[in-house]
Design a protein around this ligand. Structure first.
Ligand code: DOR
Length: 435
């Protein structure tokens, strides 16, 4: 008896082809995959007409626990993930207190074990003082450095502190690349501006480029594994196109592909984030970088703040937007419009992040791989509706957009966690392992 049998699915294969097949799960794995399976399962799904994808791995989310659970917690964030077809997430350390020690990491792991409905992993945050901890704390997917300040207190902006971190240790370093000194100077210059469009001028393309150049130079000097988070400018894409060592990866988030400064007029501070939304030219360069493999994968930078907080006048309004719940339908809608392929979606959202962070056995639908799956409906469009969202903040910058590819089911380790709008009572995720 299998734990779960999925029948008559259109199953995505890593090369982008599809097969019409049945799939059976046991022991958390995809045990069998065949045109027809004459087997029984404790639970059985008729998937006719729908596409089975590997569960999405979202490698950059902010779930706010501990410290700001009124925005999100590990339970609500993980339920939003499940609704969006995301079966694993990597969470950032800018909580309160920040995740900068083994003790803070253990606390997050214990909280996650008690309430996360999908799989979880955590970054350890760098400070100018915690070199030993960032190299020793375990399990972590990598070290996060805020080179520019954003939400929370974490910041390592001095070149000599950055150099010390790059020079000591072997772990992946993921950078939020904005030049803090330049941003501060420009904040002072733009001090009179209270329109949110100033945000993209203050934190300009050059601020991002300079920080990315510095991180790249340090990574090359020490041959240190580097990941550049949420790339946002055409200049950074050009830089990496000229010069991207094999040990460097980069990501983009849907907001930087699909939103730009024109959206300030419609949505104001709701679309304020760091690094900021930019121009149509940057959108196009980021898409091209993704298609060419200069950008390796997609994260969401899910950064929930309440509507009340977001509606404060600029610059009191906080930076960040929720996104974990909408990334897969957004990208599948782009696929349906001919802007990307099924092979790319899987590389960008499933096995790409798994490879980069050394998460074994996830991101492909093959026998013996982990049974983290999502069954999506490409045939019916449904608008993003704030009142239906699982994120605690209950809003999305994509509200009103008609999307296809919403999950009907999300499966973690061979067990259904999300089923037609509901989270199962017994749903639980597992801590991720990193090679
Ligand atoms: O806009 C952002 N919000 N960018 C970040 O880097 C942090 C995030 C947050 O945590 O709110």
């Amino acid at each position: 008896m299998y734990d779960l049998v999925i029948r008559n699915a259109v199953i995505a294969q890593p090369d982008g082809s599809t097969i019409a097949a049945d799939l059976a799960c046991a022991g958390g794995r995809i045990a069998r995959l065949a045109a027809t399976l004459d087997v029984t399962g404790k639970e059985s799904i008729d998937a006719a007409g729908r596409l089975l994808l590997p569960g999405v791995i979202d490698p950059q989310v902010h779930f706010r626990e501990p410290g700001n659970e009124h925005k999100e917690d590990l339970g609500s964030g993980s339920r939003a993930a499940a609704r969006g077809g995301v079966t694993s997430f990597l969470e950032m350390p800018n909580t309160d207190p920040p995740t900068t020690s083994q003790q803070a990491l253990d606390d997050k792991l214990a909280r996650a074990a008690s309430k996360c409905v999908v799989n979880y992993g955590f970054f350890i945050g760098a400070t100018p003082q915690n070199l030993e901890e960032i190299n020793r704390a375990a399990p972590v997917c990598g070290i996060k450095i805020f080179m520019g300040a954003s939400t929370g207190s974490l910041l390592v902006s001095e070149p000599h502190d950055l150099e010390r971190i790059f020079a000591n240790g072997t772990r992946l370093i993921a950078v939020h690349a904005e030049n803090e000194a330049r941003v501060r100077e420009r904040k002072a210059q733009f001090a009179g501006r209270t329109d949110v469009a100033a945000h993209s001028e203050i934190r300009d393309n050059e601020s991002a480029l300079q920080a990315t150049e510095l991180a790249l130079a340090l990574s090359k000097k020490y041959r240190r594994r580097l990941h550049i988070l949420h790339l946002s400018t055409h200049e950074e894409v050009d830089l990496l196109r000229r010069d991207k060592p094999s040990w460097v990866t980069a990501e983009v988030i849907p907001n930087h592909l699909l939103l730009n400064v024109d959206d300030y007029g419609r949505q104001g501070t709701l679309v304020q984030m760091n690094p900021p939304i930019r121009t149509a030219r940057d959108n196009a360069a980021l898409w091209a970088g993704l298609h060419d493999g200069i950008i390796d994968f997609i994260a969401t930078d899910h950064a929930p703040h309440t509507l009340q907080e977001k509606r404060r006048p600029y610059p009191q309004s906080p930076s960040g937007m929720p996104g974990v719940e909408t990334s897969l339908p957004l990208m599948l809608t782009e696929m349906a419009a001919g802007h990307c392929t099924l092979a790319e979606i899987q590389r960008w959202m499933c096995y790409g992040p798994a490879q980069a962070y050394g998460i074994p056995n996830k991101g492909k639908i093959l026998e013996d791989w982990d049974a983290d799956l999502t069954l999506v409906d490409l045939a019916h469009a449904r608008a993003v509706r704030n009142e239906e969202l699982f994120t605690r903040v209950g809003w999305s910058p994509y509200a009103g957009r008609e999307l296809v590819g919403w999950p009907d089911y999300t499966v973690v380790a061979g067990r259904v966690v999300f089923d037609h709008g509901r989270i199962r009572d017994d749903a639980r995720g597992q801590p991720l392992r990193f090679n």
